[in-house]
Unconditional design. Structure first.
Length: 271
């Protein structure tokens, strides 16, 4: 098994979305300034001897500035070079969307499912995009009960697509292969899926997606600023911590720029 980390560009945003109350007001400083930060967005590609090509997450759509709800664009602006866009990252490995056998989406926020649009009618899209049942039901509910076609970071245009099927993960664990596992780690959203890959020579990798945004969340045991269920968030973080200790794993956090720089990027890989 080979594990490729695909660099898909960056997002800019207020640190308060990543770390709850990073600059708390006081009597002496009642209005502390916001801290604007840059974070990575990435996908993980697995070349597996029995499963074929497995893609974890689908980053932002190249036309995000046209597709995203207008209210979201200045809050989480996306920027990427042409070479960082997901189609180009696959192209450097000699792949097209049609070559991917399985797609797993950690959760259905716009910066994690944006390129699902390119999988309509492909073998992965026809087979069914793997998403947790709790995530799909929640995303559909919150985007259909109000007057708008989006809610928070969920936007119908990015996941409710023709010629795209879903294969629902049910329960807390799904073994894709003995060396490749999916885990249900709710908290950030109801149905977030993390991925654990056990390589032969490079050890174990735990890709947390937004179950843990930053290494700082884990080390300081602090919530992020976007949380559906705070109790579930800490339980998931505890489960990830225990798995990390058990396997002495490398952690791929959801959006930690410093940790991301330490990972090899495609076309380099782990195996």
């Amino acid at each position: 098994m080979k594990v490729f980390v695909l660099d898909n560009g960056k997002l800019d945003l207020d640190l308060a979305w990543l770390l709850l109350n990073p600059h708390t007001g006081t009597v002496d400083n009642p209005n502390p300034p916001a801290e604007w930060v840059t974070i990575p967005t990435y996908t993980v590609l697995i070349e597996h001897p029995t499963l074929g090509w497995v893609l974890y997450d689908a980053t932002c759509h190249p036309e995000w500035d046209r597709r995203w709800p207008e209210a979201l664009r200045p809050v989480f602006p996306y920027r990427a070079t042409d070479n960082q866009l997901l189609p180009a990252q696959l192209d450097q490995l000699g792949l097209r969307m049609r070559d991917i056998d399985i797609v797993v989406i950690s959760h259905l926020h716009v910066d994690h499912c944006g390129c699902l649009d390119f999988f309509r009618g492909t073998k992965a899209g026809s087979r069914g995009i793997i998403v947790h049942e709790d995530e799909l039901s929640h995303a559909l509910k919150v985007t259909h009960v109000g007057p708008l076609d989006f809610a928070g970071a969920y936007a119908k245009v990015e996941f409710e697509l023709p010629n795209l099927n879903y294969d629902l993960m049910m329960g807390s664990h799904l073994e894709l292969a003995p060396d490749l596992h999916l885990y249900h780690w709710p908290g950030h959203t109801p149905g977030l899926i993390g991925m654990v890959a056990h390589t032969q020579h490079s050890g174990t990798f735990i890709f947390t997606s937004d179950a843990i945004y930053l290494e700082r969340n884990l080390k300081e045991w602090r919530l992020s600023g976007i949380v559906y269920d705070s109790v579930a968030y800490f339980r998931s973080m505890y489960a990830i911590k225990q798995l990390s200790r058990k396997y002495e794993a490398t952690l791929g956090y959801g959006h930690d720029l410093e940790a991301f720089t330490r990972l090899k990027k495609a076309p380099e890989y782990y195996e």
